[in-house]
Design a protein around this ligand. Structure first.
Ligand code: NYM
Length: 213
């Protein structure tokens, strides 16, 4: 029995994730594939609203408390993701647990502690990491409106993402992590994204695995 593919797009702020996730979604629709677009944080849920207020500096929270809220925001949707995949729906997701670790650990929280609450979430089949230097991301404009959108922080976040990707590719099972140079034109990045995603969207018979289990 074939199921849908679960593809996550990750990256620094201003790396073009949202544009690329939307472009991939349109391409899937063009070739007649059923797909659902998700984005974390999902700011529409009760937990998501708390996260939104925090990111816009309308509220203050302990670093560990906000980390757990980001994770809970994913757990809120975990069973729906699993159900959709089993029904053959492809899931395209803008950020996931990897952002959770990268951003919180860059604030100084221990890496393993940051990873723990996301263990056992449905694992993506593929993570496309849109890699851009924080200097180049800053040139794209719009930095600075929300918490974390500072060059110094983004540098640390990029290093932690690198570690996550390396560890994932050493593991024999689980998601494949692919780095895509996102400092190029949007169309060139989209071509690479499609090249990696295309093979998966025919459906896969692999069982759904769980993150870091
Ligand atoms: N972020 C996102 C986290 O700190 N932890 C998480 O688990 C997730 C999913 O939220 N700067 C941060 C990264 C971003 C911010 O994301 C909002 P976006 O994609 O700009 O809405």
């Amino acid at each position: 029995m074939s199921r849908g593919a679960f593809i996550v797009i990750e990256g620094l702020d201003r790396s073009g994730k949202t544009t690329q996730t939307a472009a991939l979604y349109e391409q899937l629709k063009e070739v007649g594939k059923v797909a659902k677009l998700l984005k974390f944080p999902d700011r529409t849920t009760a937990i998501g609203k708390m996260i939104d207020a925090y990111l816009r500096s309308q509220s203050d929270l302990d670093d560990r408390a906000i980390h757990l809220l980001f994770s809970a925001n994913r757990w809120e949707l975990a069973s729906e993701i699993e159900k959709d995949l089993k029904e053959g729906i492809n899931i395209l997701c803008d950020r996931y647990a990897f952002s959770g670790i990268a951003f919180s650990a860059s604030k100084g929280l221990p890496y393993e502690w940051c990873r723990a609450p996301d263990i056992s979430l449905p694992s993506p089949d593929l993570v496309l990491f849109l890699d851009i230097s924080p200097e180049k991301a800053k040139e794209r404009g719009g930095y600075g409106e929300e918490r974390y959108e500072k060059e110094e922080m983004q540098k640390k976040v990029r290093e932690i993402f690198k570690r996550i990707g390396e560890e994932m590719n050493v593991a024999t099972a689980g998601a494949k992590w692919v780095v895509i140079d996102a400092g190029r034109d949007c169309e060139d990045v989209a071509k690479d994204v499609w090249a990696h995603a295309e093979g998966l969207i025919e459906g896969t018979s692999q069982p759904i695995t769980r993150l870091w289990d």
